[in-house]
Design a binder for this molecule. Structure first.
Ligand code: 4IP
Length: 148
């Protein structure tokens, strides 16, 4: 499949299980026509290693920036979220320009998806609540209208 975009990002663990750890890993993200895939990455050799996960483009319901919190480490200043049925996948770009590029490209690709969200959460889901609206249910309806 042709590669549309490829960049090294930090990603937050999706915490699919209640017991999953909250951690951040450097991964190589590759956008193709159908999928966003992320791979383990050898930074020294600049080489792609094993596939760690992927999200199908047609399952994405929303793509948006996330509000950067105070005292954020310098490698996590440009977060964005890819929301699909599993919840949000949080990704951190190295610059605002790279983030803009990905968000723009992804928004274009998901524009015609069946399930789209009108509202989203502009802050992170963390420690069992949404930091924007303090709702304690992960599936809780977004608290801000998504602008395009
Ligand atoms: C893992 O932590 C990694 O962060 C995984 O990310 C992540 O999977 C796991 O989350 C999390 O438990 P450990 O390496 O310390 O085990 P990656 O796959 O990039 O290595 P996701 O789902 O975020 O890809 P859960 O929720 O899958 O358990």
């Amino acid at each position: 499949m042709d590669v549309i975009l490829e960049d090294v990002f930090i990603k937050r663990s999706q915490q699919k299980k209640k017991t999953s750890p909250l951690n951040y890993k450097e991964r190589l993200f590759v956008l193709t026509q159908d999928r966003i895939s992320y791979y383990d990455y050898d930074a020294e050799k600049g080489k792609r290693k094993g596939l760690k996960g992927y999200v199908e483009v047609e399952k994405i319901k929303c793509v948006a920036n996330v509000f950067t919190e105070d005292n954020t480490p310098s490698d996590r200043l440009f977060p964005f979220q890819i929301i699909y049925d599993e919840g949000p996948l949080y990704v951190f770009a190295k610059s605002d320009q790279i983030r803009k590029h990905w968000v723009h490209e992804l928004k274009n690709k998901v524009m015609c998806n069946k399930e789209q969200m009108q509202k989203f959460h502009p802050c992170f889901w963390e420690d069992g609540l949404w930091k924007c609206c303090f709702q304690e249910v992960k599936q809780a309806m977004g608290c801000r209208v998504l602008e395009n």
